[in-house]
Design a protein around this ligand. Structure first.
Ligand code: ZN
Length: 168
């Protein structure tokens, strides 16, 4: 069993830059995760105890737009994400479930068109069958032909979890 849609980690080229200077222009400051558990957006899993990680500011829509030529304008946002401080392997290619799923957690699915404008979104309270619920929320998002990509975020802290692009 795998997920219908592919959760995308932060791209390797972007990680290389973020490990030097983040999207807010601040230098990357690595530290050792004392207990583990911080959610890594490079490998789409929690950090293990003792891993060298960093908390950096990341602008997912701006990074996507730089690739596609879109102009997100005022929709551009940046926020904190944990990443490995050093070169890492990234997530497994065909995940059995979506990352950071926990029944009862609240997620928002923000939809963007090819121009980088927001075109709606929805809230999901994650149920027991996490994969089915994420598959359904993403199927619903891409049923709108305008939607080019979706950002999944935590509701309480607003932090960016991962991006899903319209399947080719
Ligand atoms: Zn990593």
């Amino acid at each position: 069993m795998t997920t219908t849609f592919t959760p995308r980690p932060i791209a390797p080229d972007t990680l290389k830059r973020l490990r030097h200077t983040d999207d807010a222009g601040r230098p990357c400051v690595p530290f050792t995760d004392p207990e583990g558990g911080d959610p890594l957006r490079c490998c789409l899993r929690p950090a293990r105890q003792g891993e060298r990680i960093a908390l950096v500011s990341y602008a997912p829509l701006r990074r996507w737009a730089a690739e596609t030529g879109a102009d997100p304008g005022a929709y551009d946002e940046q926020g904190p994400v944990f990443i490995h401080a050093d070169l890492c392997e990234g997530p497994a290619p065909a995940p059995a479930e979506y990352p950071y799923v926990r029944p009862g957690a609240l997620r928002t699915f923000r939809r963007y068109d090819a121009g980088g404008n927001i075109v709606g979104g929805r809230l999901l309270e994650v149920p027991e069958d996490t994969t089915a619920a994420f598959d359904e929320a993403l199927t619903e998002a891409f049923a709108d032909p305008r939607v080019a990509l979706v950002h999944v975020r935590a509701v309480e802290y607003g932090c960016f979890h991962f991006e899903v692009r319209r399947p080719a």
